[in-house]
Design a protein around this ligand. Structure first.
Ligand SMILES: [Zn+2]
Length: 234
């Protein structure tokens, strides 16, 4: 392959390499970024655990209330059943009844409050489950398409690398060093097209001896007097 042709092809390969290499890195990091999904799953788990805890607490309260109600019924039965007649015992029973009533009122207030919380949490768990399901659906669709892109990019990058190695091996060391240096210093554009002996990037005229080299397709290269890029005949 002729030198100039090899350099132009190398510039194209390098451009594609940079672009696809960047996209490959992005695809790879998206595939490995499961943190978002894990966070969302964790949030939903906490909501469920919180709901379960309040439900258990409510259940315990209800059991306690039932026990108290049973005792209150017993106290009442003793109080009005006529079996207990001693005034002191009756007074004690009455006090027991009152204290049971106070405790039950407290528990009922707590139970009501818990019921409200359970209802609210239940709604938020339901909502969270729907959101998570939809997020997981999108996630797996996106992951599938990113995975496909990742595979395609990887195989293209392998091809590019092989071609790049081949081209670099074919270009003499001096020209290759110049190309690399220009690619670094000229914003990734080491080559400049020449039309009518004028550099199309910086618009500076090309002297005859350099134009001849650029047109000639020989084994050496000419650089622009203005921008310093390697000139080729467009
Ligand atoms: Zn120039």
């Amino acid at each position: 392959m002729e030198l100039m042709q090899a350099l132009r092809r190398l510039a194209d390969v390098d451009d594609e390499w940079d672009d696809k290499g960047r996209r490959f890195q992005q695809a790879r990091s998206r595939l490995s970024d499961v943190a978002t999904l894990e966070t969302r799953r964790g949030e939903q788990r906490s909501r469920q655990e919180e709901l379960a805890a309040r439900r258990r607490r409510l259940h315990d309260l209800e059991l306690e209330l039932e026990g108290l109600q049973e005792r209150a019924r017993q106290v009442e039965a003793d109080l009005y059943g006529g079996g207990v007649l001693a005034p002191r015992e009756l007074e004690n029973l009455r006090r027991d009844g009152e204290s049971l009533k106070r405790r039950m009122d407290q528990l009922e207030d707590q139970a009501l409050e818990l019921m409200e919380q359970v209802e609210m949490l239940g709604a938020s768990v339901e909502e969270g489950a729907a959101e998570l399901a939809s997020f997981e659906r999108d996630w797996s669709e996106e992951t599938a398409s990113v995975r496909e892109e990742y595979t395609t990019l990887r195989s293209r990058l392998e091809e590019l690398k092989a071609e790049r190695d081949m081209l670099r091996a074919a270009i003499p060391r001096r020209e290759l060093a110049l190309y690399d240096e220009l690619r670094r210093s000229k914003g990734g554009r080491p080559l400049a097209p020449m039309v009518d002996r004028v550099c199309q990037i910086c618009r500076v005229s090309v002297p005859t001896h350099k134009a001849t080299i650029a047109e000639g397709g020989g084994d050496t290269v000419a650089t622009c007097e203005g921008c310093g890029r390697i000139l080729y005949l467009a």
